[in-house]
Design a binder for this molecule. Structure first.
Ligand SMILES: [Cu+2]
Length: 347
């Protein structure tokens, strides 16, 4: 059996969605300039594993600490199972730290005080915690466990008020978190919308497992509730009755801002599956979206400014994480025999 057509289709979809995510982020930055630097493309060279994302490879990542204060780049990506060789360079005149969270489901709120941030890492530990005096150039290795796949691990500077000023970034770990299927992502935002609100999956067989990583980047509770029957349009006034006859395929709640939850479900046939937020009033105010299974995802004709509300910028890393999670859809080959097949090269 040949993997190539699937690979290229998934790669195209992944790239299109990544482009959309990056575009969204750029729009957000243009419309609401914030302390966040634009997420730079990851500087990654594969020195092993043939670049196919196979387990046991090694990835070199260079991160510069500046006095902005910022990490450059602040968006990194590496496959699960690989050893990441970090090279950390302090280009500034102040002390910084490079402190990498071990919890890929937590986005640390910028409002945390320096003491609270210290406390968080004392309690939860870190994969790396290096102090970087001015001019320092340090190397350290981290091996990413398979369970890290699909998650985004935040790194921060613990020097007081640097994280709070935006000195943070995300290491996105690519790879397949569970069995065969399709991995997608979306963000629940404060502006009562899902970003993106159009998802696409091209399974090669049915029933197909689909995993959606949903991140709450807003400040309100949300849910991600997706119907089990395709091509049924839900109504804000009657969706509850619809779900009584046909229970949702998945229904996960995100009560806490800054957290991510996986919605794992199975679809039995192609079609358009609508997903909504069940929190009172949210669907009525536009908080819904569509998952296109086995069908092309329609182009977004008129990007709405509501999807680039300022609060999204606080989840800038999450948005980049979204893009990387979507790329995982293009590397699904890794789940099947023939691991090491072509994956989209890092740009
Ligand atoms: Cu909601």
């Amino acid at each position: 059996m040949s993997h190539s057509p699937r690979a290229s289709r998934l790669a195209s979809a992944g790239h299109a969605l990544v482009a959309f995510g990056v575009l969204t982020l750029m729009l957000g930055l243009l419309l609401a300039p914030a302390a966040h630097a634009p997420n730079a493309r990851v500087h990654a060279e594969s020195t092993g594993g043939g670049g196919g994302g196979g387990a046991g490879g090694m990835v070199n990542l260079t991160v510069n600490a500046t006095d902005a204060p910022a990490f450059v780049p602040n968006g990194l990506s590496a496959p699960a199972g690989d050893r990441v060789a970090f090279h950390l360079v302090n280009q500034g005149a102040y002390n910084h730290t490079f402190t990498l969270s071990t919890n890929g489901s937590v986005i640390l709120p910028r409002s945390l005080s320096p003491a609270a941030l210290d406390h968080y890492f004392q309690k939860n530990g870190s994969w790396l915690n290096l102090s970087l005096p001015p001019g320092a150039s340090r190397f350290a290795n981290v091996t990413l466990p398979a369970t890290a796949a699909g998650l985004a691990f935040e790194f921060v500077s613990l020097v007081p008020y640097q994280f709070q000023a935006g000195m943070a970034g995300f290491l996105n770990v690519t790879g397949a978190p569970t069995g065969p299927g399709v991995v997608l992502g979306t963000n629940a935002t404060q502006s009562l919308s899902f970003v993106p609100d159009l998802l696409g999956a091209q399974p090669t067989h049915y029933p197909a497992a689909i995993d959606v990583l949903v991140t709450n980047v807003g400040s309100l509770p949300h849910s991600f509730t997706i119907e089990s029957q395709p091509n049924v349009t839900l109504s804000p006034t009657s969706f509850y009755a619809t779900f009584k006859t046909a229970p949702p395929a998945a229904n996960v709640s995100l009560p806490n801002p800054g957290t991510s939850v996986w919605a794992n479900f199975t679809v039995t046939k192609p079609g358009v599956y609508e997903f909504i937020c069940e929190v009172e009033g949210h669907f009525a105010n536009g908080m819904d979206g569509y998952l296109y299974v086995g069908l092309p995802v329609p182009a977004v004709s008129t990007p709405s400014t509501t999807i680039v509300a300022p609060e999204l910028l606080e989840g800038g890393g999450a948005l980049l994480g979204l893009g990387v999670v979507l790329v995982v859809a293009a590397t699904l080959l890794g789940r099947f025999p023939g691991r090491g097949s072509a994956a989209p090269p890092p740009h």
